[in-house]
Ligand binder design. Sequence first.
Ligand SMILES: [Zn+2]
Length: 216
Amino acid sequence: MSKRRLCPHCERPIKTCLCNEIVQMTCGYQLIILQDPKEAKHALSSTPLLEKSILNAKRMVGEIFDPVELLGEDWQATSLLVFPQKNSLNQQQAIEYDFKHLILLDGTWRKVARMIHLNPWLSELPSFSIDNTKASQYLIRKSPREDGLSTIEAAVAVLNQLHGNTSFDPILGAFNKMIEFQIQAMGLETFENNYQERHQKNSLAINHDNIRSNQP
Ligand SMILES: [Zn+2]
């Protein structure tokens, strides 16, 4: 991991602090991000930005979580999991479902599958899956997610689906700036040679059938 000094608020290097870009929005429930420890160490994780962009959002790093500790005694009736499961709610059902906690899992597809396995209570929750129609801006890092999105993009897609009238796109400003800084730091030429082509290939490969057929 980098030893560069980090801004204590946005957790980016001081030179590329994103505090001025962070827009904080509210949603009517608490966003809880369960993050795999390995993902938490990644220098280009978008999750710290996500956590600071949604009021009262909470990030928990670990592998095994206690639902009562995390969500309270009535966890089963008050939480919605963002994950494609057999009986996922459709958009209308999810909008109408009265939940207090929206749970997002953050890690590679394999780590997320492991998280589900280690926390069987997650499978007991009503779930909702992302309708990803936008290409990712995550140009500089191969997305760890099966759908090719960064965590913050996945969260925005879900929040937009759950809120007909509010767009959460403004919170992507800080993320886009992070990408811009990173491309500047590596030099445009390096970026174009090493990342652009791969990104285009990735974009073409992403579709829902891929995502569904890879479900455990
Ligand atoms: Zn900062």
